[in-house]
Design a protein around this ligand. Structure first.
Ligand SMILES: Nc1ncnc2c1ncn2[C@@H]1O[C@H](COP(=O)(O)OP(=O)(O)OP(=O)(O)O)[C@@H](O)[C@H]1O
Length: 279
C-alpha cells in the first residue's frame, strides 16, 4: 500500500437539473496526507466523493490519480486502481461476520477461479489462508479483533463505523475516501476514529480524503482542508488558516447564497434530475 500519486480534482462541475452541486471545483490531495473536504449542508461534499469514486460522472472537469484519468471510469474500476471508500450510511452485510465482510471486501484480489475453488485445490486453500491472515491484521489494526466472529449488525455503532473503514482497507487501497466517518458518534468513539485515521496514514501509508461536518475533528487531524459552499471552493489551505478565513467564517455563520450563486434558483427548477452520467 504505497501512496505515491496525488489525487487531482480539476475544474469539476456537477449539475442536478438547474442546481449546480459542484461549480468548477479544483483541489489536489497530496500523497501521504489527510485531506478534509468540509462545508455547510448541501455544499457539495458528498457529490464530490461520488465523483471521485465513479458514482457520478461530472458534466465538466476531470479527476486524476497521478497521471491516470479516472473521470469516465466505473466505480469497480476506480476501486481496482486503489481508491476505496466508505459511505455516510453504513453499507455492511449485517448478517455476515466481521471476518466475512472483510473477505468480501477482498473479493477482487482473489485469483482462484470457481472451478479451482469447487475442486478444493491446495493453491486455493493457500490463497484463502493468506487472505484470512491479512483480514486478521486489518481487524487487529482497527481494534476489531475481539469482534471478528460477530455478525456486523450486532456491533455497537462506533465499531460498525470502524468496520466500514476496515472493509475499505481490505481492498488494499492507496487512497481511502471517508464519507462523514464520525457522524453520529459520541466523544470517545470520535477520538478512537480520529486515532484510527491517523494510524492509517502513518502506518499503512494510505492517503486519506474525508468529507466531514465535524470542524473539531478536521482541525485536529487534517493536513489540508478544502472548504465548499454552495458548490464552490471558497478555501483551500491549512486548518489553522481556515479557522480565521473570512469566507469560511461567513459560510459557517450562515446566510443567504450570494445573488449570483447557482443555488439561487426557484424550487421548481431543482426538479431537473440527476447528472447526465449518474449510473
Ligand atoms: N441525486 C440528487 N438529485 C438532486 N439533487 C441532489 C442530488 N444529490 C445532491 N443533490 C443536491 O446537490 C447539492 C449538494 O448536495 P451534497 O449531498 O453533495 O451536499 P453535502 O455537502 O454532502 O451536504 P450534507 O452535508 O447535507 O450531506 C444539494 O443541494 C443537494 O440537495
Amino acid at each position: 500500500m504505497v501512496g505515491v500519486s496525488a489525487l487531482r480534482v480539476d475544474g469539476v462541475t456537477v449539475r442536478f437539473g438547474a442546481l449546480v452541486a459542484l461549480d468548477a471545483v479544483s483541489f489536489t490531495v497530496e500523497p501521504g496526507t489527510v485531506h478534509a473536504v468540509i462545508g455547510p449542508n448541501g455544499a457539495g461534499k458528498s457529490t464530490c466523493l461520488n465523483v471521485l469514486s465513479g458514482v457520478y460522472r461530472p458534466h465538466a472537469g476531470s479527476v486524476y490519480l497521478g497521471d491516470r484519468e479516472l473521470t469516465r471510469l466505473r466505480p469497480h474500476h476506480i476501486a481496482r486502481l486503489g481508491i476505496a471508500r466508505t459511505f455516510q450510511n453504513i453499507e455492511l452485510s449485517g448478517t455476515q461476520t466481521v471476518e466475512d465482510n472483510l473477505l468480501l471486501g477482498r473479493h477482487h484480489l482473489m485469483r482462484a477461479g470457481l472451478v479451482a475453488t469447487a475442486l478444493g485445490l491446495p493453491s486455493v486453500s493457500r490463497e484463502e489462508r493468506r487472505h484470512r491472515a491479512r483480514v486478521r491484521e486489518i481487524t487487529d489494526f482497527l481494534g476489531l479483533s475481539a469482534a471478528i466472529d460477530r455478525p456486523a449488525a450486532l456491533l455497537p455503532y462506533g465499531l460498525r463505523k470502524r468496520l466500514e473503514v476496515a472493509r475499505a482497507l481490505a481492498l488494499e487501497p492507496r487512497v481511502l475516501l471517508l464519507d462523514e466517518p464520525v457522524a453520529g458518534m459520541d466523544t470517545a468513539e470520535t477520538a478512537e476514529m480520529a486515532a484510527a485515521i491517523l494510524a492509517v496514514r502513518a502506518e499503512l501509508d494510505v492517503t486519506v480524503l474525508l468529507v466531514e461536518h465535524d470542524m473539531g475533528l478536521v482541525t485536529r487531524i487534517a493536513d489540508r482542508v478544502t472548504v465548499l459552499d454552495f458548490g464552490r471552493r471558497i478555501f483551500d489551505g491549512s486548518p489553522e488558516a481556515m479557522t480565521s478565513d473570512p469566507d469560511v467564517v461567513a459560510a459557517y455563520l450562515g446566510g443567504a447564497p450570494p445573488s449570483d450563486s447557482p443555488r439561487a434558483v426557484s424550487p421548481s427548477a431543482l426538479l431537473g434530475g440527476a447528472p447526465e452520467g449518474e449510473k
